[in-house]
Design a protein around this ligand. Sequence first.
Ligand code: ASP
Length: 440
Amino acid sequence: MIKVAKFGGTSLADAAQFKKVRDIVKDSEDRKYVVVSAPGKRFKDDNKITDLLYLTHAHLKFSVPYAPVLKLIEDRFTSIKEELNLNTDLEQEFRTIREQLDNKCDEDYIVSRGEYLSAKLMADYLHCDFIDAKDVIFFKYDGTIDRKKTQDKLGAVLAKSSKAIIPGFYGSLPDGSIKTFSRGGSDITGSIVASAAKADIYENWTDVSGFLMADPRIVNNPQPIKKITYQELRELSYMGASVLHDEAVFPVRQASIPINIRNTNEPDNPGTVIVGDDQADENYENGHIITGIAGRKNFTVFYVHKEHMANEVGVVRKALEIFEERNISIDHIPSGIDSFSVVVPTECVEKTTHEIVEELKERLNTETVKVSKNLSLISTVGIRMAFRPGISAKVFNALGEKNINIRMIDQGSSEINIIVGVEDRDFEDAIRAIYKAFVK
Ligand code: ASP
C-alpha cells in the first residue's frame, strides 16, 4: 500500500504542527511520500510565509529594502529548527536567497522558497530523503505541466526512495529556472506525486475534517460527508463549497486514486474520501439519499418574453451572443414556451445590466425584457437521487412548508442535482429546510 500525504500551510505553521505531522507520518509505514506547503498562519492575524515572500519580491521590485521582511521569514524558520533541534544549515540557505535577491531573481524563485525550506526542515526532522521539486516536476514554456517528462522522472526518483519529502507549489521550466503553480498549488503537486507513485490513496491533510453536508454557518452541526464522487464534488464546489482546485484533482482522478481529506489537528477523524464516479456503487451509503447541499447568492435573471417565440428559430442564440461578446459565462437558461431567462452572477453584469437589456430588446425585437436581482441558487446534490422518484417533491415540499417561493427549478440531465432559485433573503432558511427534510 502506498499513501501520498500532502500537508497544507496550517499543518506546518510552527514546531508544534511539525510534531503533529511527524506523528501522522510515523503512524503508517504506508505514508511513503510527503508533500509540504510553506508554513501558514499560526493564528488569525498571522502572516503566511508565502505572502511574506511575495512581499519580499515586491520590495525588491520597487527598490525598497527587503531585509526586514526577509528577516521575519528567517526568524519563523529558525524558531522551528531550534525548537525541533534540527541540523539544517538555514544560515547558508538564507545567504543563497539573499545572493539571488541581490541578483534580481524572478518572483517565482523567491516565493518557492517557503515550500523548499519547509521540506528541507521536515526531511531533516523525519530523517528521510529530500527530493527537490525542481528536479522532478517539469513545466513547458506555456506554463502547463509536461506530464510525460514529469511522470517518467518523478516515478523513477520516487521508486528509489522508501520515504521522501517533496516541496509543493513549484517545479522547473526547460531552462532549469523555477516556475510555480497558481496560489494553493501544493495540492496540485500532491496530486501529481500520488499519480507518479501509483499511490493507493492521496491524503490531503488540512485544518478541517473533510466536507460537511451543508455550510456549518447556516446549518447547525451538519453531518460529515464520508464519501463523495468527483462529480458530486464538482457540483458542490461549483455552488460555493470551497474544496480542491480542479487542476489539483485531475491527475489523481485520471489515475483513479481516491483523495482523502483529513485534519492534522484531529488525526483520528476519517475525514471525507473522494472516489471515482464508477465507484459510486450501492455499497457506498452514508445513510442519506442526498450527499450535500450548497448554494450561492447574488444572481441576476434576465427574463425575455416574445410573442410566438416558440415558432421562431435562433432567438436564444441571439440572446446568448450578447453575453458571449462580453465574456460572461451563463449559469442557467430556464425556458418556457414563449419566454426564457438567462441567469448570471450579479457581479458579472453589475455595470452592464442596462446595456444588455437594451441590446436584448433590439436584437430580439421584443419589448418584454425584465431584470430581477437577488436570486440565490441552491443545489441539492446526490448520485443516489438519480432515477428515484419523489426526491424533487421532497425538496419542493420542504420549501413550501416554510412559505419559501421557488423562482426557478433546474435539474441536470444526469439527475445528480436539483437546483432551485429562491430570493436571497430566503437563502439560509431554504438550505435549512432542505437539510431537515433529508437528514433529520
Ligand atoms: N504556499 C503556497 C500558497 O500559499 C502554495 C500552497 O500552500 O499550496 O499559495
